[in-house]
Write a protein of this length. Sequence first.
Lengths: 111, 113
Amino acid sequence: SQTIHQWPATLVQPVGSPLSLECTVEGTSNPNLYWYRQAAGRGLQLLFYSVGIGQISSEVPQNLSASRPQDRQFILSSKKLLLSDSGFYLCAWSVYGDTIYFGEGSWLTVV
Amino acid sequence: DAKTTQPTSMDCAEGRAANLPCNHSTISGNEYVYWYRQIHSQGPQYIIHGLKNNETNEMASLIITEDRKSSTLILPHATLRDTAVYYCIVSPRLGGSQGNLIFGKGTKLSVKP
């Protein structure tokens, strides 16, 4: 069966520091991969999606970037974090025509 | 904005069926009804989805009205672990670049012993 893991689960970072959140999917090949951010009490905002290695599409302009160095690995990064980057970040995957499955999430607090 | 309307909260006795309603009167012909749930501080969990026919899987059943303007998610034998916020979402079929999931406020289901 397919599984998705993302880490770290929680982190506290100072303003201006870099960020790296990692996500891997197991049990499937060539998945579509997504990064979301969920604000408290609100819905999910799609940040990035990828349909293949090195192929990244950004849904909103922001202080973040994404990379897909391997088929089942997706990384969310920032060179300099802002206070507004705080939130709950979710990695997700799908196979086209199927639904979207989420990881456990990563809580980021920028201080 | 979410295109669905759900009750804010519901209670259900453990072992009984939980019936969660959702109104989606503006649903388009190519849009599916998806249900996810989210336990506090965890990622959303996919439950079920359907287009116009009723659907059933190991977790739940989805009943969609003939005019597709509303649906009901049924958890046949609710347990304490089913306590969560349940989201009803309408969307074109997910996958590929269609990754936008517009969650509303959902229904907070509390399963009580």
